[in-house]
Design a protein around this ligand. Structure first.
Ligand code: PBG
Length: 327
């Protein structure tokens, strides 16, 4: 009888060897928590399709952010849910708009302990739910939207946001916002470009989370799920326009794009594990069909392995707690 010449199993024999042989690691500082803050409420309001996640009041947001800071996660990404909306999303660049007020409150609460980030997009603030302003014929007007984004970016920078998350998928948005920031002296404000953001079904629960008014879809600005090279092209353009970090979103269905973008750029690459990815695991776990903690940690590790330097995930604080307990 002949013996195997190669024995890769040696590296898997004991927990100690496996720990030493692990190629990819996850640490709390690589996790960013997306958070929702809603205008006009005094108690947090649960989001049905995202069990465990709430729309925060300003007070509960402050408390929750302090808890996130205690777990030493990397940062928080804030989304605002305004009480009133209009065609141009006026609440977005109003210094008293909910997102800008929340940003000030969060920065006052945690200072530099977390990187406080803000979603820079009009969809939460428009009465039609699109990420930009509309032309007469109903199409999203790219260049008119850029003017709204620069106003919104400046308002967020003034409110103290350290990093602007440009998630609207308009052409030229990174360059336009960078130029406006620099002209006003905000040369230190970071830009996170949602470069390869795909149109699709996985944002469903988020629409409930922000009380989205959208009828129709975002296929004229977000990427087609079949296109990998186009995602890389978008990331390269964003780097050229001055993005400090580029992102791929959603995460699990797009790990190939994540790996390709990682190989193509020299800035950090992040991934957004979106609301639908969260809801799938939570729903299966609630039925007892999947090991919740195992599935969460495996999905995060897989996203890291594919190339993400950091991950936006609704499990950021819980995962950080587990990771710290394992040390
Ligand atoms: C746009 C935005 C969306 C998400 C983050 N930023 C919604 C969309 O593009 O329709 C989705 C995040 C998630 O599903 O968790 N402001």
């Amino acid at each position: 009888m002949s013996f195997p010449e190669h024995r890769p199993r040696r590296l898997r024999r004991t927990p100690a060897v496996r720990r030493l042989a692990r190629e990819t690691h996850l640490v709390p500082s690589q996790l960013v928590l997306p958070m929702f803050v809603r205008e006009g409420i005094t108690e947090p309001s649960p989001i049905g399709s995202m069990p465990g996640i709430v729309q925060h009041s300003l007070d509960s947001l402050r408390r929750s952010v302090a808890e996130a800071a205690e777990q030493r996660i990397g940062g928080v990404m804030l989304f605002g849910v305004p009480e009133t909306r209009d065609a141009v999303g006026s609440g977005a660049d109003d210094p008293n708009g909910i997102l800008n007020l929340a940003t000030e409150a969060v920065v006052a609460e945690v200072g530099d302990a977390l990187v406080v980030q803000t979603d820079l997009c009009l969809d939460e603030f428009t009465d039609h739910g699109h990420c930009g302003v509309l032309r007469e014929d109903g199409a999203v007007d790219n260049d008119a939207t850029l003017e709204r984004y620069t106003a919104m970016g400046l308002a967020q920078a003034r409110a103290g946001s350290a990093m602007l998350g440009l998630s609207g998928m308009m052409d030229g948005q990174v360059g336009a916002v960078r130029e406006a920031l620099d002209a006003e002296g905000f040369t230190d404000t970071l830009i996170l470009a949602y470069s390869a953001k795909y149109a699709g079904a996985f944002y469903g629960p988020f629409r409930e989370a922000v009380d989205s008014q959208l009828k129709g879809d975002r296929r004229s600005y977000q990427l087609d799920p079949g296109n990998g090279r186009e995602g890389v092209r978008e990331a390269l353009l964003d780097v050229e326009e001055g993005a400090d970090v580029v992102m791929v979103k959603p995460a699990l269905p797009y790990l190939d794009v994540l790996a390709d973008v990682k190989a193509s750029v020299d800035v950090p690459v992040w991934a957004y594990q979106v609301s639908g990815e969260y809801a799938m695991v939570e729903a299966a776990a609630a039925h007892g069909w999947i090991d919740r903690r195992g599935a969460i940690m495996e999905s995060l590790l897989g996203i890291r392995r594919a190339g993400a330097d950091a991950i936006l995930t609704y499990w950021a604080v819980e995962a950080a707690r587990w990771l710290r307990a394992e040390l």
